[in-house]
Design a protein around this ligand. Sequence first.
Ligand SMILES: NC(=O)c1ccc[n+]([C@@H]2O[C@H](COP(=O)([O-])OP(=O)(O)OC[C@H]3O[C@@H](n4cnc5c(N)ncnc54)[C@H](O)[C@@H]3O)[C@@H](O)[C@H]2O)c1
Length: 284
Amino acid sequence: MSISTLGIVGSGIMGSGIAECAALNGCDVVLRSRSQSTADATLAGLEKSLAKQVDKGRLEGADRDAALARVTATSDLSALAECDLVIESVVEDLAVKKHTFHELDRECKEHTILATNTSTLPVVELAMETGRPDKVCGVHFFNPAPLMSLVEIVRPLTSSDETIEAARDFAASCGKTPVVVKDQAGFVVNALLFPYLNNAVRMLEAGVASKDDIDSAMKGGCGFPMGPFALLDLVGLDTSLAILDALYNEFRDPNYAAVPLLRRMVAAEQLGRKSGHGFYDYRH
Ligand SMILES: NC(=O)c1ccc[n+]([C@@H]2O[C@H](COP(=O)([O-])OP(=O)(O)OC[C@H]3O[C@@H](n4cnc5c(N)ncnc54)[C@H](O)[C@@H]3O)[C@@H](O)[C@H]2O)c1
């Protein structure tokens, strides 16, 4: 089955990034936000992001116009009814995602594959909210979606081979490298990445070095493109905390137990780039 129309639910960092990837690669996109004002703002953000690429000479003006013409932004969930694939990318909260899957199952046509962009949560629990568990899988993009080449295709116990194949083909059609992984918290990347990020916060709390020096050390010493605190700010501290909580919940490994400072910063709404302030300040 080939995917020519993609639906996306949730227009935050990831939902808008996935929309950009898919539209640039020739897919029609219906992006659903909770309100029409957010939908309009997301579309304006997409225009700005594509304009930047044209300015940098990475994209032709005509390709930008064609990509924008493929995207519809709406607050109406029923606009997703005819999509071949819908990727849910709402907040990393199991109850919210379950509710979203329940609604998507009601609204979407029988042939629609329902996928989640969750970083850690059990995909099978979302599948079981629907009457089509064989047509549910994870399609996990990385941040920033237009730039990162990996997509983890998450296979829950209930998924059919056809669904996994269609999801893989879709990721490849977006110019990505798909990797099929088991439905286990954190899949491959986050299960390995988050103990490192969490331990960096622990190291900061212990006063081993300043955040700038820890970031410089990991860039200079390991060749990483950014240090752990810049990465936590990019991911979002709320999303990072939800990821660690889900990992800890599944494995009870102390490396996944979120460091108190991270939890306190989320309580203080210091969420990173998206709130303008996290480990670093982005307000100027
Ligand atoms: N941030 C990352 O680096 C990253 C990377 C890969 C996957 N993900 C996953 O993508 C998903 C979205 O993350 P994000 O970084 O885009 O987050 P975000 O905070 O930027 O966006 C979250 C979206 O969820 C919506 N939302 C919030 N509460 C809701 C509710 N109660 N009902 C319906 N919608 C609600 C918001 O309006 C927003 O559109 C999460 O599952 C996250 O784990 C995030």
